[in-house]
Design a protein around this ligand. Structure first.
Ligand SMILES: Cc1cc2nc3c(=O)[nH]c(=O)nc-3n(C[C@H](O)[C@H](O)[C@H](O)COP(=O)(O)OP(=O)(O)OC[C@H]3O[C@@H](n4cnc5c(N)ncnc54)[C@H](O)[C@@H]3O)c2cc1C
Length: 522
């Protein structure tokens, strides 16, 4: 459809999710206008932890967290939960690498990370950014959406037409409200005091990630990114936020950890209400919502911001294909159906952790401790964190809808071992044997390539086709993945999720055709 809009996309909100979307679309060459009603970036403490999938998303944004020691800290230890007597009641091993080619856990300071995102977003040269500018939805038709940009300092306003409006405008999202989208609210909430501290050289605090499940004051103590520690203190049922959130009181709470004004600097502190809800609908025509605008959850699993950047990964490549005219519009509907089910699982997981941690009642805490200590005694292993599947959408079969693995590879043109996504790009049809491509026509390979899916083989014998790249599976990672999948080929979408897998040349050709059909409608 040919449209004459002022810009391709308007993004409401310049938090981490809006910036990540600006970066992803700007890199692809789209003209993006991003605006935020605040005067500058939000500097108070929020996210501190992310998992391997988020590291892979940052990788896709050219932010390699293992090469940014000022912003990200790899965590190579256990995550310890202790009771009031400081006895271990639960321990999770975070030392093992994740199959996605990154460590299980990293710690960071959100404001610092956002500055890196901001720099890269501007570096695309395609993003026009405005602070002090409120985005107000003004209407949409078949080919465009109109917003009013209101300068909150001068009061001036102007209208802008775009192909899409993306609401990354936080939990109180005006974009969501403008589309009359309601919440599924689980009614689960707690107030916590969150404090970031910069310990001085004489301040000897543990480096561990700790949950202190003391009913007198449930407390989280974790790294807060390079050079910082994070404390989170739960408000007890009879406490008022203003009573707890003052410096004198915070130093009193910190003194229990031997953290004092003479050996540490209190950098930021605030009270947050942790809620659990997700939007009933994430798309209305040309308007989409993402990040906290679409979901909110307690931070116990470190999945709030993580889920926001997952939204971006899920939607950016689909929007790209639709704006190029290569994919049918209905592909964009899978954004809601896939992400809203995934988010529900993440919210449930966060609540499950919270329901163990947030126990202010002594008797209930004692019963919890007895059960968890008995589990440790009996050698019951901690269940790994869930890897939720996408809701119904662009995937199928037993293996579709889950995250793909990422290993190190080399090619003739790239002889140094590097992560697959850096060498080949994330979207790929990976074949264990070159022979699996015998029924894959050159036209099909070209069509896949046009949709952002390269065809590669990890066959040690290489490939005799110029349209199929031979890559060396440096650590046998793909060989192991194919055993895990019980398949010999897998089609990985550009957001790293598996579309489906195949076990024969006939199935490989069908898998490719099905993908092309589902994306393009042809
Ligand atoms: C204490 C705490 C700890 C957390 N820990 C973690 C963690 O460890 N890991 C994790 O993954 N997540 C964590 N989170 C969650 C994470 O911080 C959020 O999910 C994330 O910041 C949301 O980003 P966002 O871009 O969606 O929204 P926001 O950062 O809220 O940005 C939205 C922006 O939109 C702007 N805006 C609003 N309305 C308009 C409008 N009409 N026009 C223009 N601009 C508008 C706002 O000014 C704001 O700047 C934590 C949260 C808290 C509170």
């Amino acid at each position: 459809m040919s449209t004459t809009t002022d810009v391709d996309v308007v993004i409401a909100g310049m938090g981490p999710v809006g910036k990540m979307m600006g970066l992803m679309l700007g890199r692809r060459g789209y003209s993006v206008l991003i605006a935020d009603k605040q005067a500058s970036q939000y500097m108070l403490p929020r996210a501190v932890a992310h998992d391997a999938e988020v590291a892979r998303i940052f990788q896709a944004a050219d932010m390699h967290v293992d090469k940014m020691p000022d912003a990200f800290e790899v965590y190579n230890d256990v995550y310890l939960w202790v009771n009031a007597e400081r006895k271990t009641i639960f321990e999770v091993d975070w030392t093992a690498p994740d199959p996605q080619g990154w460590q299980t856990t990293y710690f960071y300071g959100q404001p610092n990370m956002e500055q890196h995102l901001d720099k890269r977003m501007h570096g695309t040269g395609n993003v026009e950014a405005h602070w002090n500018t409120e985005v107000v939805f003004a209407g949409q038709d078949e080919s465009s959406v109109t917003v009013t940009l209101k300068n909150v300092a001068s009061g001036e306003s102007r209208n802008v037409r775009a192909k899409y409006l993306l609401g990354a405008d936080g939990a109180n999202s005006d974009t969501r409200k403008s589309q009359n989208i309601s919440w599924n609210d689980l009614g689960y909430f707690f107030n916590w005091l969150v404090v970031d501290v910069v310990p001085g050289p004489d301040c000897k605090v543990t480096h561990l990630a700790l949950q202190i499940a003391d009913p007198k004051r449930p407390t989280t103590v974790v790294p807060g990114g390079p050079g910082r520690r994070r404390w989170e203190f739960m408000l007890l049922p009879d406490e008022k936020p203003e009573e707890l959130d003052n410096e004198e009181n915070i130093w009193r709470l910190l003194s229990a950890f031997d953290v004092r004004p003479d050996n540490a600097k209190m950098e930021r502190h605030t009270i947050y209400r942790f809620e659990s809800a997700w939007a009933t609908q994430w798309r209305n025509g040309r308007v989409f919502i993402m990040g906290d605008a679409a979901h909110k959850m307690p931070p116990f699993a470190g999945q709030g911001l993580a889920s926001g950047v997952r939204d971006v990964m899920n939607l950016a490549w689909k929007l790209d294909l639709v704006m190029q005219g290569k994919a049918k519009d209905a592909l964009l509907d899978t954004y809601t159906s896939e992400r809203s089910v995934h988010i529900k699982d993440m919210i449930d997981f966060s609540i499950a952790l919270g329901s163990i941690i947030c126990i202010p009642d002594e008797e209930a805490a004692a019963a919890r401790d007895a059960k968890m200590l008995a589990d440790i005694e009996a050698g019951v292993e901690a269940a790994p964190p869930p890897k939720p599947r996408l809701g119904e959408g662009l995937w199928h079969g037993e293996t579709g809808g889950y995250l793909s693995w990422q290993g190190r590879v080399t090619t003739a043109a790239h002889p140094t071992p590097d992560r697959f996504d850096d060498v080949m790009g994330p979207g790929a049809l990976v074949l264990r044997d070159a022979a699996s491509a015998s029924e894959l026509s050159a036209e099909t390979v070209a069509e896949l390539t046009g949709l952002g899916i390269v065809v590669v083989t990890v066959d040690p014998q290489g490939s005799d086709r110029s349209d199929i790249t031979a890559v060396a599976d440096v650590d046998n990672h793909y060989a192991n993945w194919f055993v895990d999948l019980n398949a010999s080929a897998a089609l990985i979408r550009p957001d790293f999720y598996v579309y489906g897998s195949a076990s024969s040349a006939t199935e490989v050709a069908k898998l490719a055709q099905d993908f092309i059909h589902e994306v393009t409608g042809k």
